[in-house]
Design a protein around this ligand. Sequence first.
Ligand code: UDP
Ligand code: MG
Length: 312
Amino acid sequence: MNKLSVIVPCFNEEDSINLFYDTIEKVFVSIQKEWEFVPEYWFIDDGSSDKTLDQLRKLKKLDPEHVHYVSFSRNFGKEAALYAGLQYSTGDLVTVMDVDLQDPPELLPEMIKGIKNEGYDIVGCRREDRKGEPVIRSFFSNLFYKLINAISHTQFISGVRDYRLMTRQVVNAILSVTENNRFSKGIFSWVGFKTKYLTYKNRDRARGKTSWSFWQLFNYSIEGIINFSEVPLSVATFIGILSCIIAVLGLCFIVVRTLIHGNPVAGWPSLVCIMLLIGGVQLFCLGIVGKYVGKIYLESKNRPIYIIKEQK
Ligand code: UDP
Ligand code: MG
């Protein structure tokens, strides 16, 4: 019998867990008609403050053979939950899936086919639209993908979810990336391997509500850029060279003008503006460097990615 590990991060999802379990169990019934796969569920309770953990304990009692859970001591974020799940999983194939059913479990049979019959190492999923999402959020999302693809060697495809099925080899590759600041979208793409994407129509959450605010998403995208590109660090050099060139041209202009028209005292407002501008640019560049230094600082502390309170 082959094992298929299903990793499910849960943060305040008391309403979704049972519905998720029932839905995916049905999918496994249809999978087992064609393939010999038994499920191994790893629910990761990411420090929920509601009854998520109680629900998981109940589910464990109901299906002790297949259901497992890990509960964190506090909220460490979805990235940490995914990492923990990948570490605990023992399946030959491994999938990561949201508990809110936004990642359609019924795509699993087709994903298995992609790996088993077509020879792919990863079968991922991609939303073909962003229906139901605020317009401004879609706009910034698209902007983010344009920007990061322009300045990073790692490829990022718009609409690709974390939802994917991977071989054990891919999971081991992902686990070998041990950095603390984990930007999964990037790490999944960075490890490479032969990947196929299935597309599906965006769907709303089954229960509960999203835990991402606009600013969290904004910070998340900055995180991605800092983690997967060094280009922002060159911004300072670029602006520095540019302002040097402008300064030399300006100098020539002033010398020539003074020779022709004499030297009337004027222009201090423009001087103040230029000083402010240069000051601003310097602080901006310092901020970028600071971001990277901060990352190095956090990374060098080498703290554990998550802390477990309970595991069964
Ligand atoms: N999640 C988590 N930790 C967090 C935030 C979210 O484990 O700090 C889980 C959440 O329970 C869900 C998945 O990650 O299963 C995706 O979260 P959400 O639906 O809020 O994000 P969205 O689908 O809106 O991107
Ligand atoms: Mg969701």
